[in-house]
Write a protein that binds this ligand. Structure first.
Ligand code: FDA
Ligand code: NAD
Length: 432
């Protein structure tokens, strides 16, 4: 099979790849120089849509509606855009072998790709209950959600199981967003997670209490402090019950599992330095191997603001790290220097009529402010995190664009806090 050569190859065709192509095009890339190789069959799209509008019972989002870069208010890059720019979009092509020493990639179909510069943008994959040996976890109608093909299967199952029972395993991002859309689709939803409250990696007990109360008011049942240890299925192999560690058994026509992700670094194991589960980079997303960059979910990068290294599994960083890497590559070719990446962590989620944003670091002491009564007609509340007397993180539910901008500024500037009580009293006004 013929070998193809490109100056730049991005392996992975998700959020980071799309934003990187846009930035490369902006900075100037010649036709034929850049290729994106993606396992998925479609051009890069805004992945967050899959757990939200893609699953709505009415007016659902569908491709090509949410190709990048609509999620950040930018131009929507359809396959024709890549053609016009001379960027090769090589879809439905999984890279199964990477040899960084010879700058060679091999696809599952046996094609060979050579590059001068490689950008690793393979993102994450889901953790599966079968990985933990949960009995019966390979039954039909147990779903995971990462790619558009997964979402399509889930849409079919939701249609087939009208008014049926859904069990959602996991109380993180997927758990919370999927429980809401399944409920909107009229399924009878039960969430199960091991921790004492939902989204423990970000939420405090007080923040979580609001969401749990709100979800309960929508009719979602929550089972905490236990895990799924097995599934029973019927004669067709379709899931019927979820067995919990505490002995309870839940009926289920559909199960959605969101028990975390794992960065896809396996192709590069032993060839590149890793840290904190990801591929170690500097502030320009260069890895330990010359001419190899890593961006998005897979990169463990220096977080300048905290003098620390982090891996971030969120879309804002996928976009910004990709743009930074494209700028760094172009600058180094021109013998110029750019500023090091200086990222302010930004996470968000939306479900039902709710919408929260978080900026900064959730370390130190947290304090809550505002109206966090789930029964309020328009709840609006937030939290600040204070470390060494400074506000280092801020969370806001129900904020306006201007208010969110203000809390982002607080997290970036890290002003001194008089006291936790004072912050709680003044609330949002502190940021404004
Ligand atoms: P991404 O996963 O987008 O892309 C990786 C691509 O590489 C995929 O196309 C994959 O198929 C491909 N690939 C992997 N291995 C390959 C190989 N060997 N060969 C070829 N191709 C390969 N974040 C947020 O901030 N707010 C939100 O609301 C959401 N919502 C959300 C919903 C859902 C359902 C998911 C799964 C994730 C989110 N996220 C999110 C997280 C966010 O989407 C995520 O951080 C970014 O998509 C990461 O971008 P990357 O480009 O790094 O990976
Ligand atoms: P997560 O890390 O947010 O949550 C995992 C959750 O799984 C934990 O909170 C815990 O409740 C639960 N869990 C762990 N082991 C379990 C077990 N054995 N049984 C039951 N529950 C168990 O991961 P996720 O929700 O699966 O999300 C996957 C990826 O998608 C992450 O990278 C996430 O950042 C991304 N994502 C982000 C958003 C967003 O930013 N709004 C939305 C969807 C997905």
């Amino acid at each position: 099979m013929a070998e193809k050569h490109f100056k730049y190859v991005i392996v992975g065709g998700g959020v980071a790849a799309g934003y990187m192509a846009k930035e490369f095009a902006k900075l100037g890339v010649n036709p034929g120089e850049l290729a994106i190789i993606s396992k998925e069959g479609v051009a890069p799209y805004e992945r967050p849509a899959l757990s939200k509008a893609y699953l709505f019972p009415e007016g659902a989002a569908r491709l090509p509606g949410f190709h990048v870069c609509v999620g950040s208010g930018g131009e929507r890059l359809l396959p024709d855009w890549y053609k016009e720019k001379g960027i090769q979009l090589i879809v439905s092509t999984e890279i199964v072998k990477a040899d960084l020493a010879s700058k060679t990639l091999r696809s599952a179909a046996g094609e060979t790709f050579k590059y001068d510069i490689l950008i690793i943008a393979t993102g994450s994959t889901v953790l599966r209950l079968t990985d933990f040996g949960v009995q019966g976890a390979d039954a039909k109608n147990i779903f995971y959600l990462r790619e558009v093909v997964d979402a399509d299967q889930l849409v079919e199952a939701i249609k087939a199981q009208k008014n049926g029972k859904a069990v959602v395993v996991g109380g993180g991002y997927i758990g919370l967003e999927l429980s809401a859309v399944l409920k909107m689709n009229n399924l009878d939803v039960t969430m199960v997670y091991p921790e004492p409250w939902c989204m423990p990696r970000l939420f405090t007990a007080e923040i979580a209490a609001f969401y749990e109360g709100y979800y309960a008011s929508k009719g979602i049942k929550i089972v905490k402090g236990t895990v799924a240890v097995g599934f029973t299925s019927d004669a067709n192999g379709e899931v019927k019950e979820v067995k919990l560690k505490d002995g309870r058994v839940l009926e289920a026509d559909i199960v959605v599992v969101g028990v975390g992700g794992r960065p896809l670094t396996v192709l590069f194991k032993g060839q590149v330095e890793e840290e904190k589960g990801g591929i170690k980079t500097d502030g320009f997303f260069r890895t330990s191997v010359a001419d190899v960059y890593a961006v998005g979910d897979v990169a463990t990068f220096p977080l300048k603001l905290y003098g620390d290294t982090r891996r971030v599994e969120h879309v804002d960083h996928a976009r910004k790290s990709a743009e930074q890497a494209a700028k760094a590559i172009k600058a180094s070719e021109e013998g110029k220097r750019i500023e090091e990446y200086d990222y302010l962590p930004y996470f968000y989620s939306r479900s039902f009529d709710l919408s929260w944003q978080f900026y900064g670091d959730n370390v130190g002491d947290a304090v809550i402010f505002g109206d966090n009564n789930p029964a309020s007609p328009k709840p609006k509340f937030g939290s600040y995190w204070v470390k060494d007397g400074k506000v280092v993180g801020a969370f806001l539910e129900g904020g306006t664009a201007e208010e969110n901008k203000a809390v982002a500024k607080v997290a970036r500037d890290q002003p001194q806090a008089k006291s936790l009580d004072h912050l709680s009293q003044v609330g949002l006004a502190f940021a404004l």
